[in-house]
Structures are given as structure tokens and as C-alpha cells.
Write a protein that binds this ligand. Structure first.
Ligand code: ADE
Length: 242
């Protein structure tokens, strides 16, 4: 997979080179390009923003600079990229979105700052490529960079050969519509707290049942709306007793 990020703060994306993402680059599962938006300015001030039409606070990112940047970054390959624009005004990003994007050959992230990017940039790009404006949650960040990092990490860990154990991705919270329950490792007793007996019983059916019950209980308390959204057939008789 190819990933490009356009930003006025390229250093913000340095964590891409660390840990799991860095390993994925080393192993050539992904290749990453981070581009400084100001490289496409033509004035001495290298301006990327201007005041908003209609008035109001803040600044809007200029269409001419973004237009040239996207023309260049989104061309030159034999596939079309998906353009992702992180914005608090976007559709919610979730695990389903991550799974869908993980099948794409090429993602381009356009990170806006200030009040946002002139809408015509997005509308114009959408005539040539799939474009998604997405939010990572109901809070406002200073810009799209951290949101892009978040989404890239969620996508890249799903690529084959990136996680050491492929079952990790399959057992994620959300992959069955529930939150994952608690987990334990050695020692058997820590600060007078024992590991639940069932996990040391060797009874795989009982362990699976216990884990499912814990997941249901946790989801019920922390994210009741997820339980309500489960398809009818997803709960078995034992689940209903919970
Ligand atoms: N930019 C600022 N806030 C954001 C959010 N919540 N999601 C995505 N991009 C953003």
C-alpha cells in the first residue's frame, strides 16, 4: 500500500517511522510520502491561508495551493488514490472504514489546519477520485495530522504480514461488534489479586464462554449503543442470559 500525507507540519508525521508503522515500511508492506504543502506556494511568504468569505473567525486554506499539491501528489501511478480529508465535520471513522481502506492500493491524506480547506478543493478532487471527509471523534483537534496518524495506524495494522499474530486483528474490539474483555498474564496472584480461575482451567469451551460473557458485560456498561446495534442473530441463548 502507498500512503501520502500533505501537511504544513511534516515533522508531526514523524511517528510514522516508529514501531509498527516503521516496521511495515522496512518490510515494504507500505511506502510513505510526507509532503510539505508550502512547497506548492509561489509567494515570498509561502502563504497557505486567507480570510474566509462571509466573515467569521479563523483562516481558510487556499484552493490554489491545495489544488496544485493534489494534482502532483495524486498522479503518476497506474491506480487512482482515495483522498482522505480529516475534519471534525466529517463522517465518523470506525473499524469498518479501516477494513475497507485496508484493501485500497493508495491513500492520500490532506491535512487541513485553521478553519478548514476551501470546499472547492474537495469538490474538484471528487470529480477525479473517491474522496472521504472523516472525523475520528466528537472533539476538535488543532489540525488533521493526529487524526491522519490515527487512521493510518488503524489501517496499516490490518495489512497482511504487519501484525506478528494475524489473529490479533480478528479478535479486535469491534470485529464482532463487542468490546474486548479483560486480559491477564503471569504472575498468577499479584497484590493479592488472582487471575480468574477459568482462564487456568484448560477448558477451552468454558474460557470462550467466559470471554464472551465478559465482552457482553463490558459492552453493556461502557457502550450500550453497540449492543443495541447488534444484528438479531448475533446473540445466542447463553448471551441472552447475561
Ligand atoms: N481535525 C480537527 N479535529 C478533527 C477530528 N476530530 N477528526 C478528524 N480531523 C480533525
Amino acid at each position: 500500500m502507498r500512503i501520502d500525507v500533505i501537511t504544513i507540519f511534516p515533522d508531526y508525521l514523524n511517528p510514522l517511522r516508529e514501531a509498527l508503522l516503521g516496521k511495515a515500511i522496512e518490510r515494504e508492506r507500505i511506502s510513505v510520502g510526507v509532503h510539505d504543502l508550502r512547497d506548492w506556494t509561489h509567494d515570498v511568504h509561502r502563504a497557505v491561508d486567507d480570510s474566509p468569505y462571509g466573515g467569521g473567525p479563523g483562516m481558510v486554506m487556499k484552493p490554489d495551493v491545495w489544488g496544485e499539491a493534489l494534482d502532483e501528489v495524486c498522479s503518476g501511478r497506474d491506480v487512482t488514490p482515495r483522498l482522505v480529508v480529516p475534519t471534525p465535520a466529517g463522517r465518523p471513522f470506525d473499524q469498518k472504514t479501516a477494513v475497507r481502506w485496508s484493501k485500497d492500493p493508495w491513500l492520500v491524506f490532506a491535512c487541513g489546519r485553521y478553519e478548514g480547506i476551501d470546499q472547492r478543493v474537495i469538490d474538484d478532487a471528487a470529480t477525479r477520485m473517491p474522496v472521504e471527509e472523516v472525523s475520528i471523534g466528537d472533539y476538535v483537534l488543532v489540525g488533521g495530522e493526529v487524526a491522519a496518524l490515527t487512521m493510518i495506524e488503524a489501517v496499516v495494522r490490518l495489512l497482511p504480514g504487519v501484525l506478528g499474530n494475524p489473529q490479533s486483528a480478528e479478535q479486535d474490539s469491534f470485529s464482532d461488534g463487542l468490546l474486548e474483555g479483560p486480559c491477564y498474564t503471569r504472575p498468577e496472584v499479584w497484590r493479592d489479586r488472582p487471575v480468574p480461575d477459568v482462564l487456568r482451567s484448560g477448558n477451552h469451551a468454558a474460557i470462550a464462554r467466559w470471554r464472551r460473557d465478559q465482552a457482553l458485560e463490558r459492552t453493556y456498561h461502557r457502550r450500550p449503543e453497540l449492543l443495541a446495534a447488534l444484528p438479531e442473530g448475533d446473540l445466542d441463548a447463553a448471551d441472552r442470559e447475561q
